[in-house]
Design a protein around this ligand. Structure first.
Ligand code: GLV
Ligand code: MN
Ligand code: MN
Ligand code: MN
Length: 412
């Protein structure tokens, strides 16, 4: 094999040192000094691999290996450079480092492809900072929501536009740099599976067929604060109780649907947040995913019905639901899947075709070009946790499949 596990390991362990804050797991948030250090490291390594490097308006790093016919649309591969809070060191990074390793492989072999190959490190995929997700890729593809860069704010109250400006970017330039259909020939992303399927089935690689759809919401419930001891249960407008019922209704509906739909509330904020005060405001998140968007609608109907019931029973309550992210399910390109499969079989890697339950930048790029994804196994199926781990042997095998496929695609 041409790709090298030691180089990939060095990149992943080096990037793991760049942390936005000390503590458990990986905490590398977009546009922080640690993110800049990681981006600079990637840019340097891209240059060493013979790529021409630039940073775009949204802070993605793009390294291009010029083709014999530079006017042809490039084949692009990479992933995201940010992490969730207390996440792992492989989510996103494995895809950047394997694309970089593919570039090194081109360099080692001395191949100049017919069409350009571009390796990319994308910012702000995860979303917890600004309460959304897939921001970097959506910005690059012209899919930002109305006034999102001014409306969506981090915990310090700064808008995306303010944070980007402090990072040295001009948010005004985002629109003029968006990519369009035909600008890129294809996008390939290697990613850790983040679930248990490959690990349980002792398989070493997954070829993604489809990615589930997802919707993300913030729900705000307003009520009336009062004394926790002196207010009888029948005389309250308690926002936490309304939230608890709504969350149960959503989760129960997802379970009952039985079609793999999943429902998660990971954020709950109560106001004023004291144990002896009935909270007059509760804000909570809903992350709902399914292969079938109708199932997500069914779940959300149950959530709304529950909130309506709470409101009817208690006129002191009101609520608002804000949609923060919407991504439809997407199918990966059949001929790219077939190319990946042929390479995987030639390398005798045990594999399967499978669906992705996690969201990826690939779902955004998929609207503009053929896309494909390679999964590598997550030990014990753990991800978005400090314990996240993937054996370097599997990452390198995935890198080799990626490189061989990129060779074919850039020759076309
Ligand atoms: C991102 O990792 C997501 O799928 O939420
Ligand atoms: Mn993630
Ligand atoms: Mn990821
Ligand atoms: Mn993700």
């Amino acid at each position: 094999m041409i790709t090298k596990a030691e180089r990939i390991k060095k990149d992943i362990t080096t990037i793991a040192q760049f942390q936005s804050k000390k503590g458990r797991g990986c905490n590398r948030f977009s546009y922080t000094p640690a993110f800049r250090q990681a981006a600079d490291y990637i840019a340097e390594e891209m240059k060493k691999a013979g790529l021409t490097v630039r940073e775009n308006a949204v802070g993605a790093i793009l390294g291009t290996l010029q083709g014999e016919q530079p006017e042809l649309a490039p084949v692009v591969s990479g992933s995201h450079l940010d992490s969730v809070p207390e996440g792992g060191n492989f989510d996103g990074i494995a895809g950047i480092c394997t694309a970089l390793e593919a570039a090194r492989a081109f360099h080692d072999v001395g191949i100049r492809p017919r069409r350009p190959f571009c390796c990319i490190a994308i910012p702000e995929e995860e979303g917890p900072q600004f309460g959304s997700g897939l921001f970097g890729s959506r910005a690059m593809c012209g899919q930002l929501y109305d006034d999102e860069i001014h409306r969506f704010r981090n915990a310090q109250g700064q808008s995306i536009a303010e944070v980007l400006t402090a990072y040295g970017k001009n948010p005004e330039k985002i629109a003029s740099e968006t990519i369009h259909t035909g600008d890129w020939a294809a996008f390939l992303e290697l990613h850790i599976e983040q679930g248990p399927v490959l690990d349980r089935e002792h398989l070493e690689l997954g070829i993604v067929e489809a990615i589930v759809g997802l919707k993300y919401y913030f729900v705000t419930i307003k009520g009336i604060s009062n004394h926790a001891g002196a207010t009888p249960m029948t005389m309250r407008a308690d926002t936490v109780l309304a939230m608890a019922n709504a969350v149960s209704a959503g989760a129960d509906t997802a379970l009952t649907l039985g079609d793999g739909t999943v429902f998660t509330t990971g954020i709950i904020q109560t106001h004023p947040g004291a144990g002896n005060i009935i909270p007059d405001k509760t804000v909570f998140s809903i992350d709902c995913r399914s292969r079938n968007m109708n199932s997500i609608e069914t779940v959300m109907k149950a959530v709304k019905a529950s909130l309506e019931t709470s409101k009817k029973q208690n006129p002191g309550l009101s609520y608002a639901i804000e949609e923060r992210l919407h991504a439809d399910p997407v199918e990966m390109d059949q001929s790219l899947q077939n190319l990946l499969e042929t390479q995987t079989q030639m390398l005798h890697i045990p594999y399967k075709r499978m669906c992705s339950g996690a969201g990826h930048d690939t779902m955004v790029f998929n609207h503009l070009m053929p896309t494909a994804m390679i999964f590598v196994p997550s030990r014990d199926g753990r991800s978005h946790v400090p314990e996240e781990w993937t054996d370097y042997r599997y990452i390198q095998q995935g890198a080799e499949v990626l490189y061989q496929t990129l060779r074919q695609l850039t020759a076309q």
